[in-house]
Design a protein around this ligand. Structure first.
Ligand code: G
Ligand code: G
Ligand code: MN
Ligand code: NA
Length: 253
C-alpha cells in the first residue's frame, strides 16, 4: 500500500512529467507527431514505471485525475510547439475509466479551449480491448469526439479479441499496429502476413496506420514498401523530454 499512498501524494502535488516519442512519416521521413507517455519519479520509490502505477491508479480511483493532468499537459506542450512553428499531432493514451465518464467529451473540449491547441492536432489513443469491452457505449462517445474535431486511434491493434465488425461502425482515423507484430517483422513470415493485412485493411477503410515498436533498421524496407503511413519506435527515438522533440525536428535529414 506504500505505492498507493505515494501515488495519492503525487496526484495532489502533480509530481508527474511527460515524455514524448516521435512518430515519423513513412513517405518522407518527417516528424509528424508524438505520443505522450507519463513518467513518475517519487522521492522515496524512485522511478516507477507506468505499467506498475497505472493499474494501481485505476483500482484506487486516481486514474481520472492523472489522465486529466496528462491530457492538459500534453495539449499545452503541443500548443507551445505549434507556436514555435512545429505543428505536429499529439497522441494521448486514454484509459477506459476516463473515457467512460459522462463528462469526458466536455473535458476534452475544455482542455482544447484552455490550451489553444487545434483539435485536429490531438489524437486520442484507446486500446482495442477497451473499445471492444465497452462497445455499445463507445460508439456515441467516439461520434461526439469526432464532432469536436479530434483524431481517434486504436492502440495495440491486433492484440484484442477483435471481431472486426466494430471497425465498420467506429469513426476511427488510425490503427496503431501493436509492437509485438513489428519487432521481428523483417524476418518472421507470420508477422509479415499480419502486418501486410492490417495495412491493407486500414487503407481500404481510409484509415492511416502506424507501426509501433520499430526497433530495427532492417524492418524499414518492408514497412515502406507496403506504404505504412507512420513509424514509431526505439530505432528513431525513445520517449524523450519535450525540448528534445524540438531538437529532433531540426536534426532530421
Ligand atoms: O511508457 P511505457 O512503455 O513504460 O508505458 C507502458 C504502458 O503505460 C503503455 O501501455 C502505455 O500505453 C501506458 N501509458 C503510458 N503513459 C500513459 C498515460 O498517460 N495514460 C495512459 N492511460 N496510459 C499510459
Ligand atoms: O501501449 P502503448 O502502445 O501506448 O505503449 C507505448 C510504449 O511502448 C511506450 O511507453 C514505449 O516505452 C514503448 N515502446 C516504444 N517504442 C518501442 C520499441 O521500439 N520497442 C519496445 N520494446 N517498446 C517500445
Ligand atoms: Mn499508446
Ligand atoms: Na501500442
Amino acid at each position: 500500500y506504500l505505492l498507493e499512498k505515494r501515488l495519492r501524494l503525487a496526484v495532489e502535488n502533480q509530481s508527474f512529467h511527460l515524455e514524448f516519442q516521435p512518430q515519423i512519416s513513412g513517405a518522407d521521413h518527417r516528424l509528424v507527431g508524438t505520443e505522450a507517455l507519463i513518467r513518475w519519479k517519487d522521492d522515496q520509490l524512485g522511478h516507477v514505471p507506468p505499467a506498475r502505477f497505472l493499474p494501481v491508479a485505476e483500482e484506487s480511483g486516481l486514474m481520472n485525475r492523472i489522465g486529466e493532468w496528462v491530457l492538459e499537459e500534453a495539449c499545452r506542450t503541443a500548443a507551445s510547439w505549434q507556436k514555435e512553428g512545429l505543428s505536429i499531432r499529439m497522441g494521448v493514451n486514454i484509459s477506459p475509466s476516463q473515457f467512460q465518464r459522462a463528462d469526458f467529451v466536455q473535458t476534452v473540449s475544455a482542455v482544447l479551449a484552455k490550451t489553444g491547441l487545434a483539435p485536429e492536432l490531438l489524437d486520442l489513443e484507446i486500446t482495442e480491448n477497451d473499445l471492444l469491452y465497452h462497445q455499445d457505449s463507445c460508439l456515441h462517445i467516439l461520434q461526439r469526439l469526432k464532432e469536436i474535431g479530434v483524431k481517434l486511434s486504436i492502440d495495440d491493434f491486433g492484440t484484442g479479441f477483435s471481431s472486426l465488425s466494430y471497425l465498420r461502425q467506429f469513426p476511427v482515423d488510425t490503427l496503431k499496429i501493436d509492437k509485438s507484430f513489428i519487432k521481428e517483422v523483417y524476418e518472421n513470415k507470420n508477422d509479415q502476413a499480419i502486418v501486410t493485412s492490417i495495412i491493407q485493411l486500414a487503407h481500404n477503410m481510409e484509415m492511416r496506420v502506424i507501426a509501433e515498436g520499430v526497433e530495427e533498421q532492417q524492418s524499414l524496407p518492408f514497412l515502406m514498401e507496403r506504404n505504412c503511413d507512420e513509424l514509431q519506435g526505439f530505432y528513431y527515438s525513445r520517449p524523450v523530454p519535450p525540448e528534445k522533440i524540438l531538437l529532433f525536428h531540426k536534426e532530421l535529414p
